[in-house]
Design a protein around this ligand. Sequence first.
Ligand code: SAM
Ligand code: SF4
Length: 475
Amino acid sequence: MIFEPQKYQISDEPRKPFISTSEIESILENAVANEKNVKLVIEKSLNKQRLSLQETAILAKAEDPKLIEIIKEGARELKKRIYGNRIVLFAPLYVGNLCSNNCKYCGFRASNKNADRKTLSIDELSENIVALEQNGQKRLILVFGEHAKYDADFIAKAVETAYSVKSGNGEIRRVNINAAPLDLEGFKKLHEAGIGTFQVFQETYHKETYEYYHTSGKKADYNYRLTSLDTAQQAGLDDVGIGALFGLYDWRFEVLSLVRHTNHLEACFNVGPHTISFPRIQAADNSEVRSDYIVSDEEFTRIIAILRLAVPYTGMILTARESAEIRREVLAYGCSQIDAGTKIEIGAYAEKFKSEQELKKEQFQINDNRSLNDVIDELIDQGYLPSFCTACYRLGRTGEHFMEFSVPGFIKRFCTSNAILTLAEYLEDYAPKATAEKGWELISKSVEDLVEYRNKEDLLGKLERIRKGERDLYY
Ligand code: SAM
Ligand code: SF4
C-alpha cells in the first residue's frame, strides 16, 4: 500500500448500507494527482493489486492531458500483460417492459404513457431465442422492467425457456439477468434455475441525487437497492454484477463508489462482483435528465481506464449504448465483454422489419447497431479473439476473473483455448465466407501462440472434431 489502508473494510456488514457520501467526498478532496503519485498508483495496479479508494481518487482527479495519457497507457499495459486478446460476446434480450417505477431517465417508466408496453409470451420468447441462436449467439442477458408480474417464478420460467430452446447447432449456454432485486427466496430460485450473473445497477451512489431521480415505486428506496446484491450472495448467488449509470452525478464520485461497493462485497462475502457495468445516459422517450453531470466521450474513456486499473480482476462490460468508435478505443483498456447484434425493442430479434416508431418501444437509444457478424469481423481485423466461452461457469470454476488474473497461464490454458473453440463453432455454423476465412487464419495463429500452455495436438484434435460437426467442446 502506498497510501493509507482502508480501515472501514473490516467493519462492513452484510445488508448494512456502506456508502458514506462525506467519506468519498473527503477522499476526493484530499487526493493529489501529480505525476509521481499517478505513476506509483499505476505501478501498484500493474503489480496485480487492487487499488484503495485513496489511490483511485488520485487517478480520478488527474486533469493534465499528459497524466491522462499515462493512465490510459497503464490500462492498455494491464490489459496486454494480464488479459490477452479475447473479447466475450453476448446479446441482451428484453423480455418485458411493464414497470411500476418512475426512474426519470428511462423510457419504460410508469408515467411514460407513450411507451408500448409488452411482455413476451413463452412462444414469442422462444421465437426470439431461436432468432438469436440462428445468428450465432450463445450467451444472453434477460432484461425486465420492475413489475409484480416479473417475480422469481416468471424470471425462472424465462431462464428455463432460454436454456431449453435449440435451433440446429444453436443453443444458449449462459443466461444472465438484469432485473429488479428479489428477496432471499427469489434469488435462491434463480440460483436453482442455473442463472449466471445477476446484475443490479445502483444508477447513482449519491443518495440525494438517487432520491431526485427515483421518486416512487420500490426502486425509490436507496438502501434497499444498495444492499440487494448482499441478499443475492446470502441466497448462494455468488456471481453478481454492479454498475452505475454515468451522467446522473459526478463521475468521480461514482467511480469511487463502485470501488467501495467492490470492497464491501469482498469484505462481507470474500468475493467481489463478477462484473462492473458503466452505462452512460442515452436519449430516451420523455426522459428528464439534468445536464449538469453529462459525461463527455473523453471523460467516458478515462472512466474505463481508471476502473480497469482500480479493480484489475473484475470483468468489465461495455454495451451498444456506445458508438462503434468509442467501443474501438476502450476495448484496448480491458473491457472483457461486449454485446453485439443488439436490439432492445421488445421482440425485435424475431421481427423481420423494424417499425418507424422504435424509440417509443425502446428503453433508450443504442449507438452501435452493427450485426453480430460485423462486430466479429472487425474484432478479428483488429487482432482480438471473439469468444462465446461459457466453460468456467459450467464447470463450476467460479471466480474466474480472479483466476484469470492471479493464476499464471490460466488465460492461455483455458480462456484463449476456449475462445478458439467457440469461435471455430461460430465460423463453421454462422459466418459468411470472408469472415470464416480470416477467422480460421486467426485461429491457426492463435494455436501457435499457445504451444507452451496447451497440448497443441489435443487442441487441433478438438478443432478437427468441430469441423466434422461436433459441438460444445471445451477445457
Ligand atoms: N428494471 C430493472 C432495473 O431498473 O434495475 C432492470 C432493467 S433496466 C431496463 C437496466 C438498466 O438500464 C438500468 O439499471 C439503467 O442503468 C439502464 N438505463 C435506464 N435508462 C437508461 C438510459 N436512458 N440510458 C442508458 N441506460 C439506461
Ligand atoms: Fe423501470 Fe428499470 Fe426503467 Fe427504472 S430503469 S423505469 S425500474 S425499467
